[in-house]
Design a protein around this ligand. Sequence first.
Ligand code: FES
Ligand SMILES: [Fe+2]
Length: 321
Amino acid sequence: MIFNQWYVILESKELKKNKSLRVKRLNTEMALWRDDNGQAGCIDNRCCHRGVSLSCGKVVNGMLECPFHGFLYDQSGRVKVIPAIGRNRQPPETMKVPAFKTFESYGLIWIWWGDEEKCTAEPFFFKELAGFSFASFRDPWNVHYSRAIENQLDVVHLPFVHRTTIGSGNKTLVNGPVVIRDNEMITFYVKNVVDDGKAVPQKPDEIEDYEKLFHLQFHYPNIWQNFISDKIRAFAAFVPVDDENTIVIIRYYQRMFLIPFLKQLVNLIGIWVSIIILRQDKRVVETQLPKKSRMKMDERLIMGDKPIVEYRKHREEMMGQ
Ligand code: FES
Ligand SMILES: [Fe+2]
């Protein structure tokens, strides 16, 4: 995983008030809960006393109570109360577990994965989506999150994996694509066409007016959007679970319909179609080996794979490899 990054790990609705939640994210077992103000807390799931799973405990006075001997943890991971030594006595400072800084907005929860002093800004989000309404779905995939991301950067697979949906029309010839990286954002422009048997694919720098083409955007470490139109977007967050598992949060965003009932109906249809498309991807991507990608691996890439090469290259730069 790339260090010193904000990662989307959950949708807000997954974390209820007065209830602790156990998740595995970034290869780590975590316990989450909300304090009395609704603020999400996230700490290592293993009690520092005798190793019990903290997420089995209750939320008491905004803190998480270990179910074994009742130690109370605050959101910084510190034990604030040890009932056996008396509720009024301050536990030693060494009584603590690792805690993860959280951020919540747009119906998503992020954690900071890295050194806390390196966290100087809020996580990035595609802020224009704030004016849209959405429906969402979460799907577990048996791949490392790098493979799930690369699938959404892959413009070559469309006429094969999605022949019956978004890849219809037999546009198998891949021009470019044009890939623009701006710091942590990759935008890529797609110009797939039907192969007439004579055309040679255009190189990325031969494509004119590429800004007018259909395009997609990925922002490190784990969010993506597809510009279906000015008023419709698909969004995804690729939530790393461990080296072989990812949860894909997919959302259908639209701002065509605003009336409550109609809006919900359109969003439901939109997410239903998105799930069909996502499942077409999942069926194939879960067979990829190895489960995790890297820059130097035994794969023979082609020009159309440029977004994937760019993703791998920058990811490894960010990881200091
Ligand atoms: S194991 Fe958690 S309080 Fe004892
Ligand atoms: Fe796909």
